[in-house]
Design a protein around this ligand. Structure first.
Ligand code: ADP
Ligand code: MG
Ligand code: MG
Length: 251
């Protein structure tokens, strides 16, 4: 599904290299967790995969089903089946949620050579997904994320994710700042979407989220590369012992 080879990237207008020859494979249907200390490059990895222009890839590739997404525009990546939920979801004043969701769905459909989704079908689809996620009609009528609590923004991201039905979903510290109820909403949303055809990359600093989203594999990121991989027990080990030990051994 996703094969990252020797990914090396830096901040676009600086010399600061952040990803240092990162190798990572995420199998089809797999839920892979990436854990790592603050500043290890977790968010940078998700931004680079999303195609944010303030990062520059200097080496390597990221193959999604064999195609290098690093050569695609961000909207092409989305159409190819990539979805990213960010640590800090953006607010879009003046753009209604329904307008935003419709544009997202139709942009994806257009790139896939499909017709626009008819409005009644779209409304039905959104309402069905929103209901499952406990998103009120009032929330659907507001501007994207404007005035939403942290928990509401996350619910909203899960709504976007479930509507777009990606092949690969990347969640970057989607647990930060969430209370336990909101955390469960995110986890339930992800768990409901688990399927043999879909992979998840769950990026988190803390083990807590992984109590609710059971990963198949855990990778540890440090100084811009994966330094260790293991089963779910690796997350518990990190929680108990901290990162210093493992990072020190790899250095
Ligand atoms: P993590 O998500 O693991 O905490 P980040 O990817 O946010 O790590 O950051 C990795 C390193 O790159 C840190 O040292 C951070 O300060 C630096 N960094 C990330 N983005 C930028 C940026 N836009 N400008 C300058 N430094 C950055
Ligand atoms: Mg950080
Ligand atoms: Mg981060």
């Amino acid at each position: 599904m996703l094969e990252i080879k020797n990914l090396t990237a830096k901040i676009a207008d600086e010399d600061k290299q952040i990803l240092n020859g990162l190798n990572l494979t995420v199998e089809k249907g797999q839920v892979a967790a990436i854990m790592g200390p603050n500043g290890s490059g977790k968010s940078t990895l998700s931004y680079v995969l999303a195609g944010r222009s303030d990062y520059e890839v200097t080496e390597g590739e990221a193959l999604l089903d064999g195609v290098n997404i690093l050569e695609m525009d961000p909207d092409e990546r989305a159409a190819a089946g990539l979805f990213l939920a960010f640590q800090y979801p953006i607010e879009i004043p003046g753009v209604g949620q329904m307008t935003f969701l419709k544009a997202a769905i139709n942009s994806q459909r257009k790139k896939q050579g499909l017709e626009e989704m008819p409005t009644p079908e779209f409304i039905k689809l959104v309402n069905a997904h929103a209901k499952k996620l406990g998103i009120s009609n009032d929330m659907l009528k507001r501007s994207v994320n404007v005035g939403f609590s942290g928990g509401e923004k996350k619910r909203n991201e899960i709504l976007q994710m479930s509507l777009l039905a990606p092949k690969l979903a990347i969640l970057d510290e989607t647990d930060s700042g969430l209370d336990i109820d909101a955390l469960k909403v995110v986890a339930d949303g992800v768990n409901a979407m688990r399927s043999p055809d879909r992979s998840f990359l769950v990026i988190t600093h803390y083990q807590r989220l992984l109590d609710y989203i059971k990963p198949d594999i855990v990778h540890v990121l440090s100084a811009g590369r994966i330094i260790k991989s293991g089963g779910p027990e690796l997350a518990l080990e990190l929680e108990a012992n901290g990162y210093a030990d493992i990072v020190g051994r790899a250095a």
